[in-house]
Design a protein around this ligand. Structure first.
Ligand SMILES: [Mg+2]
Length: 294
């Protein structure tokens, strides 16, 4: 499993939900995840999960969906960066320090104090907070632009730079509002990881499926938009990349590769071989092995 086959080190960064995890409504090809697991075992294939999930929810997903253990994980919408060494998750202080500059060194608790009197927001449970992610509940029908403006004002007065992300939890019919440091995002975290761990541009690929992956998908980094992605995401990605004359940096899996359909892990594998033809044999061998073990 060393580099006797001449494969130079490659970094695969992948979103989880509906990219590697087949939890959308489209079908997953039966061989896709087993082959992906096999590929990830190669000593020179380095895997990073990039997710909105926190560490525990990433671990839950790995167990529930039998995903390969990654080498790195970027979690909590880009606010945490872990190195996973012998199964130990080590939080990177360098990344925490980097993003905490936007908050003048404050963590979520320090920041929360400035919002104690704000009526429209309620603190989420302790386990939903992370050092550089302050999470609130709101009513589902809250005047969202107005609320964001009020929050922005508080932040501005303290000279804090942050992104405010609002979404609806359809199951509980509540609004979810996250405040994170301005520079804590998936793209910046991946670039930080590449620099820290010396992965090169031409040996790095990102895979995603949805709107919150668009920054990375259209950054000019080699990227894969899995086939199960929504049409609007595809359209927006094409618009942004065409404007930059960088369409060649984004790959749209077509399916029919090794008999797989291009959704989820199958799309990631197809894109991997597209950008790095030198992995073709690795994929073929993995497929052989998976089929043989059935
Ligand atoms: Mg996703």
């Amino acid at each position: 499993m060393n580099s006797m086959d001449g494969l130079q080190k490659i970094l695969i960064c992948s979103d989880l939900d509906r990219t590697i995890i087949p939890n959308g409504y489209q079908e997953e090809s039966a061989h896709a995840r087993p082959v992906f697991r096999q590929i990830a075992e190669h000593a020179n294939i380095h895997l990073t999960y990039v997710s909105g999930r926190d560490k525990q929810l990433i671990i839950d997903a790995i167990e529930e969906f039998y995903l390969p253990l990654p080498d790195y994980a970027i979690g909590d919408v880009g606010t945490t960066f872990y190195r996973i060494i012998n199964g130990n998750w080590q939080l990177s202080d360098e990344w925490s320090d980097e993003i905490s500059q936007d908050w003048q060194g404050l963590n979520w608790e320090g920041l929360a104090e400035y919002f104690e009197d704000m009526k429209d927001v309620r603190l989420q449970e302790l386990e939903k907070q992370s050092p550089h992610k302050l999470s609130f509940y709101t009513d589902q029908d809250v005047d969202q632009p107005h609320l964001k403006e009020k929050i922005r004002l508080v932040l501005m007065q303290r000279d804090l730079r942050a992104n405010i992300i609002w979404s609806v939890d359809e199951i509980s019919s509540r609004g979810l509002l996250d405040i994170i440091p301005a520079r804590a995002n998936k793209l910046h975290a991946i670039q930080f990881l590449m620099k820290q761990e010396q992965f090169f541009d031409d040996k790095t690929v990102f895979a995603g499926d949805s709107g919150n992956d668009l920054d990375v998908l259209t950054s000019g980094l080699r990227a894969i938009l899995v086939k199960n992605a929504a049409d609007e995401v595809r359209k927006e990605a094409v618009e942004k990349l065409s404007a930059k004359h960088m369409m060649h940096r984004l790959y749209f899996p077509e399916g029919n590769y090794c008999g797989m359909n291009g959704n989820y892990a199958a799309g990631v594998i197809e894109g991997l071989v597209h950008f790095f033809p030198e992995t073709k044999k690795l994929v073929a061998d993995a497929m052989e092995q998976v089929k043989g073990s059935r």
